[in-house]
Design a protein around this ligand. Structure first.
Ligand code: HEC
Ligand code: HEC
Ligand code: HEC
Ligand code: HEC
Length: 480
């Protein structure tokens, strides 16, 4: 289980006791007081490191060179910088609700709260709540979790409405608004309820001194953030938007009403440093982007070795517990037919088969095996890790699809049916059961399901199609 860590009681007040004794401070000084005098008592900025929407990217996949991110590099950066006053993680640590996501979530919490540089605040995203609630709560027991607009009667409910920290005399209060619940938690009988955001925010700021810096981790899309933020009272000094569509963090803050808004970016590739103060004119923030690139001089690209050890243990556990096999074949086959394997297509599509077998798609499984055996590149069981396998085979997770190399070698690699769908009906009656492209999507859309901005940063469909180009056999021209 998670190594126990004493709560940082010295610096945190628990949410239950409102810190009213601090309200003696001066409040907002008017602009007439002059710039210097208008600063808060503890005038130097507080230094925050913010992130959100990790979406399960514990480490970059390594499919392309120069990928950013990873928890090992993140924690190394924090250790080297050593000067952050607050480490804030918005939430949506994972992207799904599978067995793998449960183990990933556990691993993230372990790294972010149980090691050398524990995070000060974790927000809660709707995706985190799609995990089984028992496991989610158990992993977070004792962690610094905030959620202003979530309520639950559960005894093990880990989130508090807010957390406070005293940074060199400046009190900072942080909370999060989740704004939506996953489908499984919607409805009257659900064990978690969503509170109206304005009231939830107000309750979370209740009893805070006027001089307290107010920080909000806000889930939901950009339009929602823009509409909501100016209506919040008291105004937050800083709102950190945790929005999946905001791929990169914002390089500068934007003023919205009396608040500043930044977006955290996704997948933990680029962290955002914010130096925050409140002046007579309102909050001020200086932002700096921290791209987590690999080291060119340290062996293995650098990264905190203790975190790396935790990640390795995670991957070993995924293999030991046969998570790949357990996740297989849980979803319906996409067109109702069964996968038959690329060799079956060869007899009637010899030219397409030749083109495919000369393409990298035919080698995609072998590539994983080579990667697994090479300690310089990976050296961990990638052929048992569902994320890697999913993009390098046919139909993992779908009925009749890939289970493991031992069970379903005919579906290893990016075979015909990954793009055209299960073929059992088609081969019995080709003209009657046509295949087309899986999901009926445009070809370019199909490709970027795997060739996304991280795996293939310079993917241009028209060019890449030339490298795998194939089609009907000369005698199979469709009727005019
Ligand atoms: C299921 C995931 C997946 C889909 C969908 C997919 N690819 Fe790939 N593709 C891969 C993998 C994995 C590799 C690398 C295989 C290797 O090198 O072992 C690859 C490699 C390639 C390469 C060779 C490397 C390069 O970038 O030059 C080309 C070209 C390519 N794909 C084109 C396409 C095109 C065009 C589409 C859409 C019609 C497509 N792929 C759809 C997974 C996919
Ligand atoms: C979202 C789909 C996706 C996931 C997830 C994924 N891959 Fe890939 N992988 C690709 C694609 C696409 C390529 C081809 C990239 C290119 O050349 O454009 C590729 C290429 C590779 C290559 C060849 C790169 C090279 O430089 O030779 C390796 C090795 C590889 N992947 C390993 C992995 C491992 C290990 C994992 C899990 C940690 C993984 N992949 C996860 C899609 C994926
Ligand atoms: C990476 C994805 C991918 C893989 C793998 C793949 N194809 Fe395709 N295939 C396509 C795309 C994209 C097209 C072009 C479709 C279009 O332009 O509408 C296509 C076209 C075709 C066509 C002509 C379709 C038509 O309507 O004219 C045939 C036949 C075909 N593929 C068979 C195969 C066979 C057989 C294999 C395996 C040996 C295979 N494909 C592997 C993506 C793929
Ligand atoms: C028994 C022979 C046979 C087998 C086996 C076969 N096909 Fe076909 N396929 C055909 C014929 C014939 C056509 C042309 C049908 C027409 O246009 O009347 C065709 C057409 C296609 C097309 C073009 C779109 C369409 O459906 O017309 C795709 C894509 C395709 N096949 C993919 C596959 C894949 C993938 C496999 C392996 C799972 C496969 N085929 C196995 C005979 C076969």
């Amino acid at each position: 289980m998670i190594p126990c860590r004493p709560l940082a009681v010295a610096v945190f007040c628990l949410a239950l006791t409102a810190a009213t004794s601090l309200t003696q401070c001066t409040g907002e000084a008017g602009p007439a007081a002059g710039a210097a005098a208008a600063l808060q008592p503890a005038g130097d900025p507080i230094r925050l490191l913010v992130s959100g929407s990790l979406l399960g990217r514990l480490e970059p996949c390594g499919c392309a060179s120069g990928q950013l991110g990873g928890l090992a590099r993140r924690m190394q950066h924090i250790g080297e910088r050593r000067s952050y006053d607050l480490l804030l993680e918005g939430g949506n640590l994972v992207d799904g609700d599978t067995e793998l996501d449960v183990l990933k979530f556990y691993t993230c919490v372990q790294v972010l709260t149980g090691m050398q540089h524990p995070y000060d605040v974790l927000g809660v995203g709707p995706k985190d709540l799609s995990l089984p609630l028992d496991e989610w709560s158990a992993f977070l027991a004792g962690a610094q979790v905030v959620a202003a607009d979530l309520a639950s009667e559960r005894e093990d409910w880990p989130a508090r409405p807010w957390l406070e920290k005293d940074v060199r005399g400046q009190i900072v209060r942080v909370t999060s608004l989740t704004l939506s619940l996953p489908p499984a938690l919607q409805g009257e009988a659900a064990p978690v309820r969503l509170l109206p955001p304005l009231a939830a925010w107000q309750r979370a700021m209740d009893g805070a001194a006027a001089t307290t810096l107010r920080i909000l981790l806000l889930h939901g899309d950009e339009a929602t953030a823009r509409a909501l933020v100016p209506t919040l009272r008291p105004a937050p000094d800083l709102v950190v938007g945790v929005d999946q569509d905001h791929v990169e963090p914002t390089p500068r803050s934007e003023r919205l009403g009396d608040s500043l808004l930044v977006f955290a970016g996704i997948r933990g590739r680029v962290l955002l440093e914010v130096s925050l103060t409140r002046t007579a004119e309102g909050p001020r923030a200086a932002c700096e982007l921290v791209p987590l690139a690999g080291s060119k001089t340290l062996p293995g690209g650098g990264g905190d070795p203790d975190v790396k050890a935790v990640l390795l243990a995670h991957r070993e556990q995924v293999k030991q517990e046969k998570v790949l096999e357990r996740m297989a074949r849980r979803l319906p086959a996409p067109n109702g037919a069964a996968y038959v394997g690329t060799e079956t297509c060869r007899a009637c599509h010899p030219q397409a088969y030749d083109a495919w077998s000369q393409s990298r798609h035919a080698k995609a499984w072998e590539t994983l095996e080579i990667a697994e055996a090479d300690p310089k590149r990976y050296g961990w069981p990638v052929t048992h890790y569902p994320d890697c396998v999913g993009c390098h085979v046919v139909g993992h997770r779908e009925a009749t699809g890939f289970v493991s190399f031992a069970d379903t070698p005919q579906l290893a690699g990016v075979g015909c049916e990954r793009c055209h769908g299960p073929g059992s009906d088609h081969l019995l009656n080709p003209a009657g059961n046509r295949l087309g492209l899986l999901g009926g999507v445009a070809a370019s859309v199909l490709c970027v399901q795997c060739h996304d901005f991280e795996q293939s940063p310079d993917f241009v469909y028209a060019e890449k199609w030339q490298a795998i180009r194939h089609g009907r056999e000369p005698h199979q021209q469709p009727p005019k």
